[in-house]
Design a protein around this ligand. Structure first.
Ligand code: NAD
Length: 301
C-alpha cells in the first residue's frame, strides 16, 4: 500500500509518516520545505521537493502511482493569509485542486484532507459538532472550507472517495511556534528562554489534541469514514491561563506572564464534539493534555 503525503516534512506530517512506516506502508512525501524540515524525513520515505500548485506534480503521480493521498501541505498562518490572500489561495485552494485532478487521473483510492476547526468560526454552541454552521473569519479558514467543497464535488462528479478531518488545536514534539495553533510551542520557547510568556486575554478556551492521536486518526481514515467529515479533537476545553499554569508547574519554574488584551478575531471558546470520529473512524485519542504536555516537554528538553 503506497501513501502519498503532502506536507510530510511538516509537524503533523512527520508524525504521520512515522506511523505509516511503522505499519509497513510505502511512503512518498511531497513538500516544498517552506516550513518542513528535510533532515527529519526518514530515509525510507521517497521525497520530492515541489509546490503542490506546480502542474508538473503530475509526473510524481504517474511515476509513483499512490493508492492513497493524505493532503497535509498548506500555508498554515492565519496572519499571512490576511496579508496575502492570493498566495494563500494559490497554495491552499489551487494546490488542493491540482492534487484532486491528479488523484482522479491516476485512480487514487481515497483522498484524505487536513481541514481545521477554523471553518466553524465563532461557535454558536458547544461542543461544536460537524453540522455546526460555518462562518470562516480568515482567508486561511475560507481556503479550508472552499477546499472541502471542491473535494465533495470531486467525489460527486468523478467518484473520488474522501475523508475530511477537521483538526482542533494540535500540539506535540516538533511543532514550531508559527503554525495555526502554536501556543504551546510559543509558551515552551518563553519558558526555556526564561522570558515572561505573553497572554492575550487568557480566558479563551481551546481543545488541544496530541499530534500522535492525530496521526492515528489520519491512519484510521485510510480505511474508515468513507466520504464523511470528522472532528479530530478531545472534546475538552482548557483555558489559556490554565494551560500556562500547568506548563510552568511541569517544568517547575515560576514566570509571571505579561497579560495583553485579547486579539481581535480571536475565538472565545472552543470544544469540538468527537463522537462521530470515535464511532465511525474507530479512533480513540489516547493522550490527556497532561500526558501529551509531559511528552512534549521531555522531547523539548
Ligand atoms: P506545518 O507547517 O508544520 O506543515 C505543513 C507542511 O506543508 C510543511 O512541511 C511545508 O513545508 C509544506 N507546505 C506548505 N505549503 C506547501 C506547498 N505549497 N507545497 C508543498 N508543500 C507545502 O503545519 P502542520 O501544523 O503540520 O499542519 C498540517 C496540516 O494540518 C495543514 O493543512 C494545516 O492547515 C492543518 N491543521 C493544523 C492544525 C494545527 O494545530 N497544527 C490545526 C488544524 C489544521
Amino acid at each position: 500500500m503506497k501513501v502519498l503525503v503532502t506536507g510530510g516534512a511538516g509537524f503533523i506530517g512527520l508524525h504521520f509518516v512515522e506511523k505509516l512506516l511503522k505499519e509497513k506502508m510505502e511512503v512518498v512525501i511531497v513538500d516544498n520545505l517552506s516550513s518542513g524540515i528535510k533532515e527529519r524525513v526518514p530515509k525510507s520515505a521517497a521525497f520530492y521537493e515541489i509546490d503542490i500548485e506546480n502542474l508538473s506534480i503530475e509526473n510524481i503521480f504517474a511515476f509513483e502511482k499512490p493508492d492513497y493521498v493524505v493532503h497535509l501541505a498548506a500555508q498554515v498562518s492565519v496572519p499571512f493569509s490576511m496579508k496575502n490572500p492570493y498566495a494563500d489561495c494559490l497554495a491552499n485552494i489551487a494546490g488542493t485542486v491540482n492534487l484532486l485532478q491528479n488523484c482522479v487521473k491516476y485512480n487514487v483510492k481515497k483522498f484524505i484532507f487536513a481541514s481545521s476547526a477554523a471553518v466553524y468560526g465563532e461557535p454558536a454552541y458547544l461542543p461544536i459538532d460537524e453540522d455546526h454552521p460555518q462562518h470562516p473569519i480568515s482567508f486561511y479558514s475560507l481556503s479550508k472550507q472552499t477546499s472541502e467543497h471542491y473535494i465533495k464535488l470531486y467525489t460527486k462528479h468523478f467518484g473520488l472517495d474522501h475523508s475530511i478531518l477537521r483538526f482542533a488545536n494540535v500540539y506535540g514534539p516538533g511543532q514550531n511556534a508559527h503554525g495555526e495553533a502554536g501556543v504551546i510551542s510559543i509558551f515552551l520557547n518563553s519558558i526555556f528562554a526564561q522570558t515572561p510568556p505573553i497572554i492575550y486575554g487568557g480566558e479563551q478556551t481551546r481543545d488541544f489534541v496530541y499530534v500522535k492521536d492525530v496521526a492515528d486518526g489520519l491512519f484510521s481514515s485510510l480505511h474508515n469514514g468513507r466520504n464523511c467529515t470528522f472532528n479530530l479533537s478531545t472534546n475538552t476545553e482548557t483555558k489559556i491561563n490554565e494551560l500556562l499554569i500547568l506548563m510552568l508547574k511541569k517544568v517547575n519554574t515560576n514566570l509571571n506572564p505579561v497579560i495583553k488584551p485579547q486579539r481581535e478575531g480571536d475565538i472565545g471558546q472552543s470544544r469540538l464534539d468527537n463522537t462521530k470520529a470515535l464511532t465511525e473512524l474507530q479512533w480513540i485519542p489516547k493522550y490527556t493534555l497532561d500526558r501529551g504536555l509531559q511528552e512534549t516537554i521531555d522531547m523539548y528538553q
